[in-house]
Write a protein that binds this ligand. Structure first.
Ligand code: GSH
Length: 220
């Protein structure tokens, strides 16, 4: 597991989150790509209040995790971080300009066209489920999610990955986004998407990333 206290790369995460968020915090996506590339890293785990310190806000304007730090270079936004790391692997981010543009397109589609709808459902379920407005809003939120999943399923067709037979940064981010819906059965309605998610989660690098995030919570 490439966690090394002397590594040049540091990523931020939370020292603690409730059970439902374990395996969902977005530093998982960064740990995963680092495992795919085989880069060592260490973690800067934020405790309560750390998000709001001027020092952390200077690195992440919204006080969120993850951030990426390497030799004084700092990056926030998971998609940007994953693409930056993927530059080090031609498999994860192809050199061919058209293939590369398609990978970037699917990363942005995952974060911009799928994730907001998934987060809408998840926020209702995890934070507002006891409220009347949420009970009324949920069917509409689920319907919008289903429409996006149907479009995604049609686009993936019978391909193993979004760029055909090769696993790229786009599949990593898309899997992270589909995982937001894990507490529901929404993905099960689209066999190619559930097979895709299982295929991506079956990668050894994913298992290592997940184990390292969970281990960091359990150490505390
Ligand atoms: N668009 C940001 C979202 C980051 C984000 O929402 N991080 C969550 C953890 S998964 C967080 O820090 N939440 C606490 C907060 O927003 O204050 C990214 O992809 O990096």
């Amino acid at each position: 597991m490439p966690i090394d206290p002397d590594a040049a790369i540091t990523i931020s995460g939370f020292a603690w989150v409730p059970d439902f968020a374990r395996g969902q915090v977005r530093d998982l996506r960064v740990r995963w790509i680092l495992e795919e590339v085989g880069l060592f890293y260490r973690t800067r785990l934020l405790k309560q209040g750390d998000q709001d310190t001027p020092e952390y806000r200077a690195l992440q304007p919204f006080g969120q995790v993850p951030i990426f730090e390497e030799n004084g270079f700092v990056l926030f936004e998971t998609g940007a971080i994953v693409l930056h790391i993927a530059e080090r692997s031609e498999d994860l981010l192809p050199a061919d300009p058209a293939a590369r543009a398609r990978v970037v397109q699917w990363v942005i589609a995952a974060l911009n066209s799928i994730e907001p709808f998934a987060m809408n459902v998840a926020n209702i379920d995890f934070f507002y489920s006891d409220q009347e407005w949420a009970r009324l809003r949920r069917p509409g939120a689920v319907e919008l999610m289903r429409r996006r999943l149907a479009g995604l399923s049609n686009a993936l067709r019978d391909q193993a990955y979004f760029e055909g037979e090769r696993f790229t940064a786009a599949d990593l981010i898309m899997t992270g986004v589909l995982r937001v819906l894990e507490h529901t059965k929404l993905i099960d309605g689209y066999t190619n998407l559930s097979d895709f998610k299982a295929r991506c989660e079956g990668r050894p690098a994913f298992a290592k990333a997940l184990a390292s995030q969970i281990a960091d919570f359990e150490e505390r």
